[in-house]
Design a protein around this ligand. Sequence first.
Ligand code: SAM
Length: 311
Amino acid sequence: MAMSDDTTNSLLTVGDYIRWAASSFEQAGLHYGHGTTNAIDEAAALVLGALKLPPDLHPAYFASRLTLAERKRLVAVITERIEQRRPVPYLLGEAWFCGLAFEVDERVLIPRSPLAELIEVGFAPWVDPESVQRVVDVGTGSGCIAVACALAFPQARVDALDIESAAVSLTAHNAARHGVAGQVYAQRSDLLEGLPEEPIIDLIVTNPPYVDARAMLALPPEYRHEPRNALAAGADGMDAMRRLLPQAARRLSTDGVLIGEVGHGAAALERAFPDLRITWVELEHGGAGVFVAEAAALRACFPEHTAETAN
Ligand SMILES: C[S@@+](CC[C@H](N)C(=O)[O-])C[C@H]1O[C@@H](n2cnc3c(N)ncnc32)[C@H](O)[C@@H]1O
């Protein structure tokens, strides 16, 4: 696509650029999956974000004229979205999750977990909010789940774990941004291995890598900007869960639960753990593969890992 004076001369308003971006995105056959599902929403997210305007800007402002510098900037980011297939949140350095803005860059996955809708209701009915003192987010990335959990359970300590140091530092930054730095402990850890044995955990929330080898080969170009280690999890996508679930069995409190996400990997999870009693959660806002595993079910499935569990 030619970035021409013609474009900046003929397109003048916020609405002009949203419309033009949407038409150009459709023509280029982009993939939408990082916060939007269609060209017009994608165009609005990019144009409004690049102009530092709120994502829910009143449409009356769409007729506002832009300066030449703003128009040139918009042509540049719209062109980059198309030519590089860079997802909008990386272009803007920001993604939204649970109504909160998180700083993101190519070192972390772009937040989009369907776990958001459960966090927003305090994981009801799976969790008694009063009893949650200790939450652990395994594979925290930008820290979006950990920060949202800290706000949902203000009395709880939240350990935000990731094997990547860059994710740990971005999580600390995002926790400070949302005023929960004193509650969210971002740490580098291989799954739960970096945590001390005590105290025990009331709630583990996790969306570790779960894309299988076949799906990795078929990923649209947009996803190739994300860290491979945040997505790929071996032949059947269950490599991380295979190690994590036995660890969780020994770390959860008696009434503790693990709430996990495996996306399209539901069948693979059931094949990998035929003896594990889990409940699949019906999601109202889209997405798939969210399950609840209670401590007792995990211990029954992995008795050899839980022999020393005290409580
Ligand atoms: C699917 S991403 C989820 C990121 C974040 N929770 C979100 O929803 O945006 C998986 C995360 O797990 C991390 N990860 C991969 N292997 C890990 C391991 N062995 N221990 C801890 N974290 C791991 C990756 O670095 C990545 O940040």
